[in-house]
Design a protein around this ligand. Structure first.
Ligand SMILES: Cc1ncc(C[n+]2csc(CCOP(=O)(O)OP(=O)(O)O)c2C)c(N)n1
Ligand SMILES: [Mg+2]
Length: 332
């Protein structure tokens, strides 16, 4: 297979077509995210959790897994879902709470992802619960003799919950095939990392549990992909879990109900736009000659059209029926 150069100048194990496919996924995530925010501000979507700034890490870590692996994402992980094949149509059906929506038939809040066919385990609203679930899923895979990995994700603030520490401890004792993926954007809503923990890198916390902790530039797609792929290989070999920390910045407020002007300066937000993961990937591909400016414009137009169509479809789609309110909740 042809090899491609990464932005760090090393060789990626991904071929050129794969890289372009990943870039397209990142563009799709960004475009969905932008339009969701507009729908919220227009009064059409009640609640949005943006992922702008997290795209390289999310698409990168999901792509570093194998089909059949279990995925336990958190609410900000639209990019993970899109990398697994979740469509723009599904994203807007979920946002607008429509019946055809895949994760819960339109009854769950947006961002509570679940997808049986792709082994995405439904999460709940209390942060960090999915981390313990991932350990249980990995333990079950081990008992069944399968070689699947369970990858869960969470924000850095959530690593200060007790569940995180219990999960890492247990997974490491039993050398379970788990990836703990931390998307470190420096904030837990308005709380800065220095008030969440007394360490610089979340990855340092791995030492206490006897597993590797890897801190990665979360705005660099290739770095995120390779780190995940290597950790997944290690887990599949039976060498146990890894703590991956992807450092990036949330370019938008925590949610559509948050006003980030109350706790961070506009200069800080602007400064991080220089490391916008989409622009980094785009510029790398243009400079490496893997993408021409014309092809890039065409790709962006294609993605916009896909999102326009998805929104029109989701807006016209029916809401769930009142009679279906308890479906999949209680036994019939
Ligand atoms: C157990 C629990 N405590 C508090 C909350 C409220 N809450 C929702 S998201 C969030 C911030 C989490 O920050 P972080 O883990 O860094 O993830 P980020 O949102 O920054 O991606 C908080 C406090 C919750 N959902 N569950
Ligand atoms: Mg955070």
């Amino acid at each position: 297979m042809a090899k491609t150069k990464t932005s760090a100048g090393t060789t990626s194990s991904l071929g050129p077509d794969d890289v372009l496919r990943m870039y397209r996924s990142m563009l799709l995530v960004r475009t969905i995210d932008e339009r969701m925010w507009v729908l919220n501000r227009a009064g059409k979507a009640p609640f949005v959790i943006p992922c702008r700034g997290h795209e390289a890490a999310q698409v990168g870590w999901a792509a570093g897994l194998r089909q059949g692996d279990f995925v336990l994402p958190y609410y900000r992980d639209l990019g993970v879902m899109v990398a697994l094949g979740y469509s723009a149509k599904q994203a807007f059906l979920s946002l607008l709470g429509k019946a055809e929506e895949l994760t819960s038939g339109g009854r769950q809040m947006p961002g509570h992802y679940g997808w049986r066919e792709r082994h995405v385990i439904t999460g709940s609203s209390p942060v960090t619960t999915q981390v313990l679930h991932a350990v249980g899923v990995a333990y079950a895979s081990r008992m069944r003799g399968e070689d699947t990995v369970a990858a869960c994700s969470l924000g850095e603030g959530s690593t200060s919950q007790g569940d995180f520490h219990e999960a890492l401890n247990w997974a490491s004792i039993y050398k379970l095939p788990v990836l703990f993926v931390v998307e470190n954007n420096g904030y837990a809503i308005s709380t800065t990392q220095s008030r969440e923990m007394a360490v610089q890198d979340v990855a340092e916390r791995a030492l206490a549990y006897g597993m590797p902790g890897v801190a990665v530039d979360g705005t660099d797609f290739f770095a995120c992909y390779e780190a995940t792929r290597q950790a997944a290989e290690r887990a599949r070999r039976g060498d146990g879990p890894t703590l991956l920390e992807f450092k990036m910045y949330r370019l938008l407020p925590h949610s559509s109900d948050d006003d980030d002007r109350t706790y961070r300066s506009r200069d800080e937000v602007e400064a991080w736009k220089d490391r916008d993961p989409i622009l980094r990937m785009q510029n790398h591909l243009l400079e490496a000659g893997s993408l021409t400016a014309e092809d890039n414009d065409a790709l962006r137009a294609e993605v916009q059209a896909e999102v326009d169509e998805a929104i029109a479809y989701a807006e016209a789609a029916p809401y769930p029926l009142v009679e279906d309110m308890f479906k999949h909740v209680y036994a019939d």
